[in-house]
Design a protein around this ligand. Structure first.
Ligand code: ADP
Ligand code: MG
Length: 700
């Protein structure tokens, strides 16, 4: 245990502003700060000085290696460690780290997914330092957050487009602010606070489950006698072993400068949540990746395994990630916070409308930004928002928008017709009680909470799309307002028009209700893309390509490559699951059934040898039932195998992913059903796997 206090060790493994200020000359510091805050290009001399200070700091902390830490399209982070050592003529070594090594790296990256980009250009990619995200030390290695690109400049990672999308939004938001007379804001940044859900089970049980080890989720398992029906876990007392894990985790995260703040039990047994305090989007993204990694490491130290899969257990709530998102100026004004003067109010409403319009116009991009094989099991399964994207505003704010749209008196306090830019927005209470957990995209007072993300997703994808689509609305508004003769009149009309045109996306009701699916799709014409193969190809739709290339977030090639990679990941994931199921069925489940049936027949023989007229109906019944189930399991495994072979390797990844969804997933479901039924009949001593009950209630 640490002996010193949290404020003392908070951020001790980060080369943060405190270190920069203390270790860099004021000239170097000022120049680096300009780069960080305003994206100014960094001089190579400055880089040299920063590298040297960073190295000294890292060596003092016991680091021996450095790495360019990046986020390729595998969904996890990548690092290749180089030691600082350089030989000197006398046979000894010195520790070196140059400005060039800080700024640029060349990982041998030929095995990272590129969706065909690299093949057509250069074989190798390069990494480039992102000075806006602080370097940190992990496992004696100085980790430098970097972007990862091909030599021709195409992004091969998640950070590059994220930074571009932040820049796109910055540019358009500043235009709007200028129109409202704000000339002091230097930049607008988006902030994110990602709430992370996860499961903890014991390492012993995990090791016994090939499905968890290979795929992150259980592919077999009958329902436990007790699940989450009592709702006794949510916010319940945290068990001692979990508390120890959380304490340790917090400490590791705090050392890394991650503002771990809230922790509590979630709805499902063994499910928990950790939320940090929000920070700038690209930092929050890096830190969320780091947090997921540290969670798994700390769990291992406690003999536990942290499951980040979206749906580790069928029939039990899955895990998501809530992406709390807002926009703020460098001067600290939250643009999604209602203001106190008429002008502030009008500005707030405009930014609010920009988001509403963006979400409606680009439902598909938001939906596909969270699409993975894992998340498909969660969305729309009455534990997470539906696959349909809609916006929750709460009753008060909805009533205000209604009044504006219809020029009717707002029924709030003063009962008068509001004139934007002239009247003060009626005060409306921040919705803290009236939480609608069923909405995928909810306004919560001064931020939006995008709740559709899967627990293992990088938050980069969702935020790339969110930033881009809002940048587009802001651009349209700015174009119109800049040319307007009467600013206030145009503003008022624009807001009214947005509400009129996009109110179909506003929904305050129960998103889990079947009636909503019907209304959303049949009456309102909203998209309902249930699965990854349904939504992912829409990234290639003309309007979406136009938007993303228009704001320079992606090139057309990058969009194509991303679509391909995401669908490839989907196909690989489901294939691995199918293969794992067959393996488990044939080599463990069927033998277990056979063994137990044998055991029962032996019992029958020995009983009959005592008394030949004994019925032995329990044994014979179970043997018969198991025999039928064993045949089903065997046949269905064969059918699954045939289906895999029949798929071959399709030329067209879109068609392949749809075929995988339509053939493999249903066959996997059938195989599982037979095996799960068998589990309920076979003695737990014979069953090769810990049961759902064992796993969900294992951590005391
Ligand atoms: P909960 O949703 O659990 O009630 P909160 O709404 O207080 O909790 O916060 C959830 C997350 O939203 C936290 O990570 C918090 O830091 C973050 N958050 C709070 N304000 C903002 C903001 N203005 N922008 C982005 N994230 C925010
Ligand atoms: Mg929340």
């Amino acid at each position: 245990m640490e002996t010193h206090s949290v404020p003392e060790y908070f951020g001790e493994l980060v080369f943060d502003d405190r270190q920069m200020r203390a270790r860099l000359s004021s000239k170097v510091y000022a120049s680096l700060r300009k780069t960080i805050d305003e994206g100014k290009k960094l001089d190579s001399k400055i880089a040299e000085a920063v590298a040297s200070a960073m190295k000294e700091w890292a060596l003092e902390k016991g680091a021996t290696h450095f790495t360019h830490w990046f986020q390729p399209l595998t969904g996890i982070t990548a690092e290749k460690h180089d030691s600082f050592i350089t030989p000197s003529p006398d046979g000894s070594v010195i520790m070196e780290f140059s400005g060039k090594e800080l700024i640029q790296g060349e990982p041998d990256a030929s095995s990272f997914p590129s969706g065909g980009i690299r093949a057509t250009f250069e074989a190798r990619g390069y990494t480039a330092w992102d000075p806006t995200s602080y370097a940190f030390i992990k496992d004696k290695t100085l980790c430098i957050p970097t972007a990862f690109c091909s030599y021709s400049g195409e992004a091969l990672d998640k950070k590059t487009p994220l930074l571009r999308s932040m820049e796109a939004l910055n540019k358009q938001a500043l235009r709007i602010l200028k129109l409202f007379g704000n000339d002091t804001a230097k930049y607008v940044r988006t902030s994110v606070g990602p709430e992370q859900e996860y499961f903890l089970i014991t390492k012993e049980m995990y090791d016994l489950r090939p499905d968890l080890r290979y795929t992150g989720r259980t592919l077999f398992g009958s329902r436990p006698p007790k699940g989450q029906e009592m709702d006794d876990h949510y916010f319940g007392v945290i068990k001692p072993r979990v508390q120890e894990f959380m304490n340790d985790l917090n400490q590791e995260l705090w050392k890394l400068g991650i503002l771990a703040k809230t922790e509590h039990n979630e709805v499902a047994p063994a499910q928990h949540e950790l939320a940090p305090i929000y920070s700038t989007t690209n930092i929050a993204t890096d830190q969320n990746q780091l947090m997921m990694e540290i969670m798994q490491k700390v769990a291992a130290k406690h003999g536990l395994v942290c499951l980040l899969h979206e749906k580790p257990f069928a029939g039990v709530n899955g895990s998501g990630k809530h992406n709390n998102w807002s926009m703020a100026t460098d001067t600290g004004i939250n643009l999604l916070s209602p203001g106190e003067t008429p002008y502030e109010n009008a500005q707030f409403l405009l930014f609010l409308c920009a988001v509403i319009k963006a979400v409606d116009d680009y439902q598909d991009l938001l939906r596909l930004s969270v699409a993975t094989a894992g998340n498909d099991h969660r969305l729309g399964a009455n534990e997470a928002p539906p696959a349909i994207i809609s916006v929750f505003l709460g009753d008060e704010l909805s009533a205000i928008l209604d009044a504006i749209e219809n020029d009717t008196p707002y029924a709030g306090t003063e009962k008068k017709i509001m004139k934007l830019g002239v009247d003060i927005l009626p005060a409306f209470p921040r919705d803290t009680t009236d939480r609608n957990r069923t909405s995928p995209f909810a306004f919560t007072g001064n931020k939006f909470e995008f709740r559709s993300l899967g627990s293992s997703n990088s938050i980069a994808c969702a935020n790339i799309m969110l930033n881009s689509v809002v940048a587009e609305s802001l651009k349209i508004y700015a174009d119109r307002l800049e040319g307007a003769e009467d600013f206030e009149k145009t503003l008022h009309e624009m807001i009214k028009k947005t509400i009129k045109d996009h109110k179909r996306i506003l929904f305050n009701g129960n998103g889990y209700d079947d009636a909503w699916v019907k209304e959303a799709t049949e009456v309102r014409g909203l998209c309902n893309y249930r699965t990854t193969p349904d939504c992912m190809p829409h990234i290639l739709d003309e309007k979406n390509v136009k938007l993303l290339t228009g704001h320079k977030v992606f090139t057309e090639k990058e969009i194509e490559s991303r679509c391909e990679i995401m669908l490839e990941n989907y196909c690989k994931q489901v294939r691995i699951e199918a293969n794992t199921m067959m393996d488990m069925a044939l080599r463990q489940i069927l033998p277990a059934i056979a063994g137990y049936s044998d055991k029962l027949s032996e019992t029958v023989s020995s009983k009959k040898s005592v008394n030949a007229s004994l019925a032995c109906s329990y044994e014979t019944d179970v043997i018969s039932k198991l025999s039928v189930l064993a045949d089903q399991i065997y046949t269905r495994s064969g059918e699954l195998e045939k289906a895999i072979i029949a798929l071959g390797s399709a030329e067209d990844i879109i068609a392949e992913s749809a075929a995988i969804r339509d053939t493999l997933l249903p066959k996997m479901g059938e195989l599982r059903a037979a095996a799960d039924e068998a589990e309920t009949l076979v003695s737990s001593e014979y069953w090769p796997y810990p049961s759902y009950g064992d796993m969900l209630f294992s951590v005391r």
